[in-house]
Design a protein around this ligand. Structure first.
Ligand SMILES: Cc1ncc(C[n+]2csc(CCOP(=O)(O)OP(=O)(O)O)c2C)c(N)n1
Ligand SMILES: [Mg+2]
Length: 667
């Protein structure tokens, strides 16, 4: 017997060579599992992974990011755009470079998208310890800051000997490509071991294809699900991100067309049944449409496909009020499939829908239901047009004149966020500098809806925009609506837009971002400039946190600490003059082309010009902070202080206690 052939490489060289040989395949389509490596070098990776990447740059491209958290967002957005079949790896130094990736790791794991993190780690050999940036413990020397990745990773390993990668790397790939288990995968790489050589088996570097399966659900449970559907008179489908990741959108359309069951979408699921379609009701839940939320309220059977059923989707377990409502779930992950005491169909969305449909042959929901769906849809379309066209929504104006206590009660009972009454606001003056009224966020969404093509991608994550988009946006393509709303991480937007563009260079990418998020993480504009990647960033400047400001009003705290204003010597609070922050100048300084658009016309013009730009474009639009899109028959559980000297808080608490009585246990 001849000895297996060996290749002498450093551990880092072996990792990079191995990654360059991994591919995924689903339905016969192949692509690289790891399409590139994002990184920032320091002493913890420059001589190991850095050296290896330089040697392999034709087979494994390297991208220099500006912030380690941002690069994980970029990788996550890339993976989301590629339906989790391809991602990017992230290399960091030890210490702060590594821990900067923690937030991104948590976001990826919570959103169930694959990212491969390769933080540098302290010397496995320990001789020079403590090294620069090393965390020390008096209880153990087997501790480093990289242990913090354990709870936010779906697989975690530390490579203390070079040969350990022979078993660690395949495990890492298994988790990355597992539809049920995927998330952040962390391989902590001690800086001395990265540079150490070992005679690796040549077979480790053979090309390998990871087939991503379409798991089938249990047959008996499928029969039971078909029976439940047939016996329901007011069913509804809740479509989550799993529908899109599984490329089940055609299967969902066929299922809806054949059965007549209407579809509400979660944030990750928006676009699962692209518009226009007679059975799509838009977003469901706390930020849902009136159409979807009314149907949800009365549904006797909810078919949940590929959703985590977060509190936003279930309106904190108040969305489904039918006394005997039952749930059927289709999900690859048992964890999700088991929620709400559902009948769990554990499997791939497309495979399960395709097998379930023939079991429902001859079934269709009744005509009365169809008429209700039609009416709800027409009502919603009219509402979208009204809100996007009007300046201040009529309801907001009405609410502005209402008594604050009544307003708190109304909002806590029926909707989120609160429309702030005039006179209570410390916001910007209503008049824009040129004497016009500031435009509203809803109007901007309306303009974007007209200006963008069906396959253009909007990217968003935090603030008041995600809720407004969930209510108002019409997704015409399954990949056209990219919201990170599992972690809703401020700072995801621009880094995420970069990842989307890298994953789908043929599409126009439009990032929607608030001034708060922009100030948290705008630096990846520089990375986009460096890579000559064009994206249009629409920056909505309302001088602070409209979202949390509104929430603060709703819990009786009057918007405390949410406005970007000078500290006022007279009050001691942050209610002085507006801060002289020029975000347009900031974006310009990073290399973006910039427009200042104070009106809807100038926004339209800038969007048209930005379309042909070859670099990132930033359009800064001052927006009316207090003109909010109302909530539609929904609620979100944010506990209000049980005791307080503030009357507003007491009133909000009273309303809260009433509202929370609608929360249900599904057992
Ligand atoms: C990293 C992070 N920190 C804090 C929050 C809590 N938070 C949610 S929205 C928001 C304000 C966002 O401000 P901006 O981007 O200006 O959007 P606006 O609310 O004005 O629409 C905050 C602080 C968060 N989601 N993410
Ligand atoms: Mg803001």
């Amino acid at each position: 017997m001849t000895a297996p052939s060996r290749v002498r490489l450093t551990m880092a060289q072996a990792v990079v060579r191995y990654l360059s040989q991994q591919r995924t395949a689903r339905d016969g389509h192949e692509q690289p599992l790891i399409a590139g490596v994002l990184g920032i070098f320091g002493h913890g990776n420059v001589a190991g992974i850095g050296e290896a990447l330089q040697a392999s740059r034709t087979s494994m491209p390297y991208y220099l990011a500006r912030n380690e958290q941002a690069m994980v967002h970029t990788a996550a957005a890339f993976a989301k755009m590629r339906n989790r079949l391809s991602t990017l790896a992230c290399t960091s130094s030890i210490g702060p470079g590594a821990t900067n990736m923690l937030t991104g790791a948590a976001g990826a794991t919570i959103n169930r998208v694959p990212v491969l993190l390769l933080p540098g780690d302290i010397f496995a050999g320990r001789r020079p310890a403590p090294v620069l940036q090393q965390l020390e413990s008096s209880q153990s020397q087997d501790v480093s800051v990289n242990d913090c990745f354990k709870p936010v990773s779906r697989y975690w390993d530390r490579i203390n000997r070079p040969e350990q990668i022979v078993t660690a790397l395949p495990e890492a790939m298994r988790v990355l490509t597992s539809p049920a288990e995927t998330g952040a995968v962390t391989l902590a790489l001690p800086q001395d071991v990265q540079a150490e050589a070992y005679d690796y088996p040549a077979a480790l570097f053979e090309p390998r294809i990871w087939t991503v399966p379409r798991a089938r659900a249990d047959r008996d449970r499928m029969q039971e699900a078909a029976r439940l559907i047939r016996s329901s008179s007011r069913p509804m489908i809740v479509a989550g991100g799993g529908v899109i990741y599984s490329e089940a959108t055609d299967a969902l359309r066929r299922f809806a067309d054949a059965t007549g069951i209407a579809v509400g979408e979660t944030q990750a699921g928006k676009g699962a049944l692209p518009e226009p379609h007679p059975l799509t009701l838009g977003g469901v839940g706390a930020t849902g449409t009136r159409a979807a939320n009314r149907l949800a309220r009365d549904a006797d059977l909810v078919i949940v496909i590929g959703s985590r059923l977060s509190d936003f989707t279930t309106a904190s377990k108040t969305a489904f009020q039918h006394e005997r409502v039952r749930f059927v779930t289709i999900n690859v992950a048992e964890l999700d499939a088991g929620k709400h005491a559902a009948l769990p169909l554990v499997g791939d969305a497309r495979a399960v829908l395709e097998e379930l449909l023939p079991m429902l042959a001859g079934y269709r929901v009744g005509g009365e239901y169809e008429a209700a769906v039609k009416a709800a849809q027409a009502d919603w379309q009219a509402e979208v047009e009204r809100v996007c066209a009007a300046g201040l929504p009529a309801e907001a104006v009405k609410a502005a004149q209402a008594d604050w206590q009544a307003e708190v009660e109304r909002v806590c009972a029926a909707g989120l966020p609160a429309e702030a009454p005039e006179g209570r606001s410390l916001g910007l003056p209503a008049e824009a500098p040129e004497g016009r009224r500031r435009v509203t966020q809803a109007q901007i969404i309306g303009v974007l809806q007209d200006a963008l093509g069906p396959t253009d991608v909007i990217v968003c994550a935090a603030g008041s925009l995600p809720g407004d988009l969930h209510k108002l946006w019409r997704a015409r393509d399954p990949k056209g609506y990219h919201l990170e709303y599992g972690y809703s991480c401020m700072g995801y937007e621009i880094a995420g837009g970069l990842g989307v563009k890298m994953a789908a260079p043929e599409r126009r990418v439009c990032v929607l971002i608030g001034d708060g998020s922009y100030l948290m993480m705008a630096q990846e504009i520089v990375t986009a400039v460096q890579e000559r990647l064009a994206m249009t960033i629409v920056l909505l400047d309302n001088r602070g946190f409209a979202s949390i400001g509104g929430l603060s009003e709703a819990v009786g705290s009057g918007g405390f600490g949410t406005k970007y204003r000078y500290r006022n010597p007279a009050t001691g609070d942050l209610d002085g003059d507006a801060l002289p922050v020029d975000l347009a100048a900031n974006a310009e300084s990073l290399g973006a082309r910039v427009w200042r658009a104070g009106t809807l016309e100038s926004l339209r013009d800038a969007l048209a010009e930005a379309r042909t730009e070859q670099r990132p474009s930033v359009i800064v639009v001052p927006v009316e902070r207090e003109a909010r899109v109302p909530g539609y028959d929904s609620w979100w559980d944010v506990p209000v202080a049980e005791v307080s000297s503030r009357r507003d808080v007491q009133a909000a608490r009273e309303a809260y206690e009433i509202a929370r009585q609608r929360e249900r246990d599904f057992l």
